[in-house]
Design a protein around this ligand. Structure first.
Ligand code: KG4
Ligand code: ZN
Length: 339
């Protein structure tokens, strides 16, 4: 049988993403981002995001269908991010998905945003091994999850107790005057910096701390204090060194805990996803440490790590493939949907 052809819609934050996937093959990945509209506010403004989704939704769906060279009637299902995310933003995607599912008489699949971030790797590296450990790091999440079946069994082992990793990147970028979103620019600046220049704290890394939880708020404050002290002393802030040293502290903790989780649970496949997985230092360090630990590493290409519709379509297709029950047409968005 042909693998299921599914269209996926993602609107949990500031990207309107529509992807089309057949099984584990990517056919289209259309994204319209409102990121520039939020830049002057230093963070995503929910109201602006919802409005932008509303404007971009139908044209982005059309663009994806055109790219894939298919008609809506060819689809085996329509998948949509039901949560977690911004309530108003999610609602735009869920409403659109319901309308298309109803109009085309296709099954509707409400999916979890975190599970989609994991499942997207299938488009790059084929079906996920079972079990797989997933380190999910984005602007809204930093979690360690273990999965034996991406459609039905995703177990959270730990998460951040304060800021998400991406949030820390965004805040440190602001302190350094580098703009928003901070991740890509801190990543770029770091290449010219010395990552050993400053030893910033590694949160929750003591022997009595929870093994799989993260904390980045103390690190963010330590960076802000360090920079402030320099400025107060009238000294120049070595921006590249601060960026590189901060990035080193984040990626050190993330990779160490992820590998520990693999070891403790006898899992030898680690996938890293979410916007922060686009980080070049995180990718390099994870590669090195996984190789040393005998763990197979899977990281999707950066364009698939940040929010997109293809990841939703990938999980939707997997649900059809595994004969999972579709959602009812009264599906609602849930801003704090658990995995
Ligand atoms: O997954 P994502 O697109 O949206 C959420 O679900 O949050 O992640 C966005 C986050 C932002 O905080 C952004 O600064 C961060 O991912 N990010 C990066 C990089 N590219 C994006 N962080 C570090 N290094 C990068 N290269
Ligand atoms: Zn995300």
């Amino acid at each position: 049988a042909d693998e299921p052809l599914v269209l996926g819609i993602e609107t949990s934050c500031d990207e309107t993403g529509v992807g089309i996937v057949r099984g584990t093959t990517l056919l289209a990945d259309a994204v319209a981002s409102s990121v520039n509209d939020h830049a002057r506010f230093g963070g995503v403004v929910p109201e602006i995001a919802s409005r932008a989704h509303l404007e971009a939704m139908v044209p982005t769906i059309q663009r994806a269908l055109d790219t894939a060279g298919i008609k809506g009637s060819d689809l085996d299902g329509i998948a949509v991010t039901a949560g977690p995310g911004l309530a108003g933003a999610l609602l735009v995607g869920v409403s659109a998905a319901k309308a298309y599912a109803w109009a085309l008489d296709k099954p509707l699949y409400g999916v979890n945003h975190l599970a989609s971030h994991i499942c997207v790797d299938q488009l790059e590296h084929g079906r996920l091994p079972e079990p797989t450990m997933a380190l999910l790091v984005s602007g809204g999440h930093s979690s360690l999850l273990m999965t034996t079946d991406i459609t039905s069994d995703v177990r959270p082992l730990g998460a951040t107790i304060d800021d998400a990793a991406g949030e820390a990147f965004d805040k440190v970028a602001r302190v350094l005057g580098l703009g928003f979103p901070g991740g890509p620019v801190v990543d770029r600046m770091s290449r010219e910096g010395d990552r050993k220049a400053i030893r910033f704290p590694r949160g929750l890394s003591g022997p009595k701390d929870p093994a799989y939880d993260f904390s980045f708020s103390g690190l963010k404050t330590a960076v802000a204090r360090w920079v402030e002290a320099k400025r107060r002393a009238g000294e120049e802030v070595p921006v590249a060194d601060v960026a590189a040293s901060f990035q080193e502290a984040v990626t050190d903790v993330l990779t160490r805990k992820a590998i520990q989780a693999c070891r403790d649970n006898g899992v030898d496949h680690l996938m890293i996803g979410g916007g922060v997985a686009a980080n070049s230092r995180l990718r390099a360090m994870a590669e090195q440490r996984c190789e040393r630990a005998g763990i197979r590493l899977r990281v999707p290409r950066p364009g698939l790590c940040t929010d997109n519709g293809a990841m939703v379509a990938a999980l939707g297709s997997e649900m059809v493939w595994r004969d999972r029950a579709p959602s009812a047409l009264d599906l609602s968005a849930d801003s704090s949907l658990p995995v």
